[in-house]
Write a protein that binds this ligand. Structure first.
Ligand code: RET
Length: 276
């Protein structure tokens, strides 16, 4: 077949799988409600965050606010992609998988859009802790690597082993992120004077983020112990609500009420307390 013919055929196939995914999502109330609840909450959160940020003036606090505001906006695009069937497809599971030979629906768009939303969460947390540029860069890069290997693990169908190899690489990237959150950034946060709110948000982040690889492993893409796409999708959606909107709300509330501390870097604070 000519290259043009191939492009036309793959275009038609893509349209067909998109339409199939869309009708399956539409007909599954559990699944579609898990998406639309998030779209509604993301919209409300974006409006609330604009309102909460109206008085924030200093550079660092505005940067944290900007990163935080983008979280629900990215989320709306992500969930619209899933609800429309654009970023969900049926993939045939390879030999060795519990559903080998069957077509299962993968919401692969989630992993793709996490590459945008999770760096924003880490940027906001890193700025709050006043982490140095090197550490911020390493953690955010590892985080993007984690999401991209999660996407590869979900989509690779040539061999079951490769699914778990990509998953294992994703977990290795995740360890880099956890190391910074548990060991490195708390010390920066003490120097920056933001230790109390940092500790709360860090604990929330660690506990919730650990849920994502667990859902991947037990859901249809991994061991298929839970085979309902609606249940898996609700699992991710509940984690998203807490890890994004509740997280961002707590962070912005503190920044708005305590802008002076957040606007200073650790060095400025130390100089100020030495002169008092
Ligand atoms: C994957 C599979 C590969 C191994 C690991 C994973 C971790 C995912 C995480 C996602 C967090 C997402 C958030 C989204 C908010 O928009 C990719 C499931 C470790 C931690 C917070």
């Amino acid at each position: 077949m000519s290259p043009i013919g191939q492009i036309v055929v793959s275009g038609i196939l893509l349209q067909a799988t998109q339409a199939d995914a869309f009708s399956q999502i539409q007909n599954d109330v559990l699944l579609s409600s898990s998406l639309w609840v998030n779209i509604a909450l993301a919209g409300l959160s974006a409006l609330l965050f604009v309102y909460m940020g109206r008085g924030i003036a200093s550079n660092r606090a505005r940067l944290i606010w900007g990163a935080t505001l983008m979280i629900p906006l990215v989320s709306i695009s992500s969930y619209l992609g899933l609800a429309s069937g654009l970023t969900a497809s049926f993939i045939e599971m390879p030999a060795g998988h519990a559903l080998a030979g069957e077509e299962v629906m993968s919401q692969w768009g989630r992993y793709l859009t996490w590459t945008l939303s999770t760096p924003l969460i880490l940027l906001a947390l890193g700025l709050l802790a006043d982490a140095n540029l090197g550490s911020l860069f390493t953690v955010i890069t590892a985080d993007i690597g984690m999401c991209m290997t999660g996407l590869a693990a979900a989509l690779v169908t040539s061999s079951y082993l490769f699914r778990w190899l990509f998953y294992a690489v994703g977990c290795t990237f995740f360890i880099v992120v956890l190391y910074a959150l548990v060991i490195e950034w708390p010390t920066f946060a003490v120097e920056a004077g933001t230790s109390d709110i940092f500790r709360l948000l860090r604990t929330l982040t660690i506990v919730l983020w650990l849920g994502y690889p667990i859902i991947w492993a037990v859901g249809v893409e991994g061991l298929a112990l839970v085979q309902s796409p609606g249940l898996t999708s609700w699992g991710y959606s509940v984690l998203d609500i807490l890890a994004k909107y509740v997280f961002a709300f707590l962070l912005l509330r503190r920044i708005a009420s305590n802008e002076r501390i957040v606007s200073m870097t650790g060095r400025e604070l130390a100089t100020e307390s030495a002169t008092v």
